[in-house]
Write a protein that binds this ligand. Structure first.
Ligand SMILES: C[S@@+](CC[C@H](N)C(=O)[O-])C[C@H]1O[C@@H](n2cnc3c(N)ncnc32)[C@H](O)[C@@H]1O
Length: 189
């Protein structure tokens, strides 16, 4: 049975058993160059309730963030792997009802604006390099691909990768119906 089909069946089983879904999101940090972008992705991961950040390589990545994470690095759960394949194996064994989504501008990708994230399925998001996008190795572990629609023809080839992470993680958190954090003094507390 294909991975996608077994995930679909699992989702139907959980729903029909009356369990409410508690969908988790994950981010794989691999192949990003800029410390500022990594820090911003971490900041977004904390803001949008990401369960774990899987870091591939980059053992000293926290030193390069220069505060851009706004303290998120000490509050997120990080797991470390030597290769993207190892990170995928961890996810598929520990969280078997997880779809890995490559976030990339591709003709074959699905628009996140119309994609219904499935109930009872966790989602792991993988973002591409600032220069070259998702590598072949990164693409090989993905179950599907999502893109963020853009609206100005001839205007801009892509958006910043950390901004892309905010759009994706916010869209998922919203659909997963995570509880909104309280606002006080014009800040989330
Ligand atoms: C600067 S973009 C590179 C995009 C492009 N594939 C390239 O190589 O020119 C870096 C990353 O940001 C994310 N990204 C930026 N804009 C996006 C969009 N509109 N839809 C999906 N992903 C986007 C993707 O993860 C992408 O790999």
């Amino acid at each position: 049975m294909s991975h996608l089909l077994s995930l679909l069946l699992l989702g139907i089983l959980v729903l029909s058993s009356g369990c409410s879904s508690n969908r988790k999101s994950f981010v794989i940090l691999s192949n990003l160059q800029s410390g500022n972008n990594i820090g911003d992705v971490c900041r977004n991961a904390l803001a949008f309730n990401v369960h774990e950040v899987l870091v591939v390589g980059k053992p000293n990545f926290k030193e390069k963030l220069r505060g851009s994470d706004r303290g998120a690095k000490s509050r997120l759960v990080f797991k470390h792997y030597n290769s993207i394949a190892e990170a995928a194996t961890y996810l598929r064994t520990q969280f078997p009802n997880t779809l890995i989504c490559g976030i990339e501008i591709m003709e074959s990708a699905t628009s996140i604006a119309s994609y219904p994230f499935q109930e009872a399925i966790n989602y792991c998001f993988l973002f591409g390099n600032e220069g070259g996008g998702l590598s072949q190795k990164q693409r090989e572990i993905c179950d599907k691909f999502l893109y963020i629609p853009q609206y100005a023809s001839g205007g801009m080839a892509s958006i910043n990768v950390a901004c892309a992470s905010a759009v994706v993680l916010s869209t998922f958190a919203n659909q997963a119906r995570y509880s909104e954090t309280t606002i006080r003094n014009e800040k989330f507390i």
